[in-house]
Ligand binder design. Sequence first.
Ligand SMILES: N[C@@H](CCC(=O)N[C@@H](CS)C(=O)NCC(=O)O)C(=O)O
Length: 185
Amino acid sequence: MHQAFAFEHRSLSTADPAEFAEIRRINPLGRVPALVLPGGEVIIESSAILDHVDETVDADRALLPRRGPERRLALQRMALATGVCDKLVAIGYELTRRPADKRYDPWIEQCAAQATAGLVALDTALNDTNWVAGSRITQGDFAAAVALDLAVRLLPAPFDAAQLGGLARLRASTEVSGVLSRVTP
Ligand SMILES: N[C@@H](CCC(=O)N[C@@H](CS)C(=O)NCC(=O)O)C(=O)O
């Protein structure tokens, strides 16, 4: 059966005071993303949100295998990609939230090295295959593509996205680019 998942996407920024107040009304932690279900229940944390969405579709359309080594691998690739995002977000805060004279470059450099190593590991996972976790598309592929986008925006030189050919190819694939073009703010 082919199911559609209707949703309204609202782009709220934690950097905008009014929008941040609204985010905090939805999620006491004051973080995005958060999914509000029709009955008002709120789900936070990307992996928990995606897990819920996966549960609403048939197994063949789910973006995480239901069990076994395939599920473990996909979850690990997702952890790698969302971990890269965490390090990049930390760099973003250092660059945009902290006064320039209080910026701590060694911390930025450490986060950049961690994020780059995570991206290289994801790129290596793509050797000879189309997807980061085995022979089919998973949530790990979308997370890896989002991590690459964020890296292009936030990683200081000498980061060169052109060296991550596998990730660039994944990002440009019809399956991934078609979805991200609909949800990227
Ligand atoms: N592990 C979380 C990370 C979410 C995250 O880092 N959100 C940032 C987006 S910029 C945020 O809302 N930060 C505000 C804050 O933590 O104060 C997830 O995947 O949902």
